[in-house]
Design a binder for this molecule. Structure first.
Ligand code: IMP
Ligand code: MG
Length: 183
């Protein structure tokens, strides 16, 4: 049987095995950082869903599971802007340690706006863990506290990340063939 999307993938950038190894390392760092505490881990839909499910299971720390769906818009050259929240958490985060679980930080605009918005709810702390970081593309003044992989300025799909809502269920992070974008 031909594996899903195999004819559309140019190359695998980070294999499922490499992701699993690195996730264990980052989960151990998070366990160390949150020792004795019980953070609220917020999954940023949809891109983080695969990373989130694997990460919270790799962690030994007990976490509260929450989901948000956000996107940012209205940015010029300024590093502040509007956040569109299409799904919010219902529980209070006041006095709680919040861990934002993101798939990829690109311009940083989304995380910058989300972190500022959550800060108004008076949590004890806010940290960001990201699967991928593309620092070359950063516009907003933000950096993740925990990063699994730093990557070059390339568009990636798989392991939750999409192109036109496809490829999220690939088990690896990869690069698409140019012909896919020409369709
Ligand atoms: P930012 O506000 O520019 O940091 O946007 C981050 C969001 O853009 C991520 O949560 C993704 O949904 C999307 N994104 C950025 N780069 C990529 C990529 O290479 N592949 C897929 N989605 C991406
Ligand atoms: Mg995202």
């Amino acid at each position: 049987m031909v594996d899903k999307y195999s004819t559309e993938i140019e190359r695998v950038m980070i294999s499922a095995e490499e992701i699993a190894v690195r996730l264990k390392e980052v989960a151990a760092k998070l366990d160390e950082y949150y020792e004795g505490r019980e953070p609220v881990a917020i999954c940023i839909l949809k891109g983080s869903v695969v990373f989130y499910a694997d990460l919270i299971r790799a962690m030994k720390t007990p976490v509260s599971v929450e989901f948000m769906k956000v996107s940012s818009y209205g940015f010029g050259t300024e590093s502040s802007g509007k956040l569109s929240v299409s799904l919010d958490i219902l529980s209070s985060i006041e006095g709680r340690d919040v861990l934002i679980v993101e798939d990829i930080i690109d311009s940083g605009n989304t995380m910058y706006a989300l972190k500022n918005m959550l800060a108004t709810r008076n949590p004890a702390s806010i940290k960001i863990v990201t699967l991928l970081d593309k620092p070359a593309r950063r516009v907003a003044d933000i950096s993740p506290d925990f990063t699994c992989f730093e990557i070059e300025d390339e568009f990636v799909i798989g392991y939750g990340l999409d192109y036109a809502e496809k490829y999220r269920n690939l088990p690896f992070v990869g690069i698409l063939k140019c012909s896919v974008y020409e369709k």
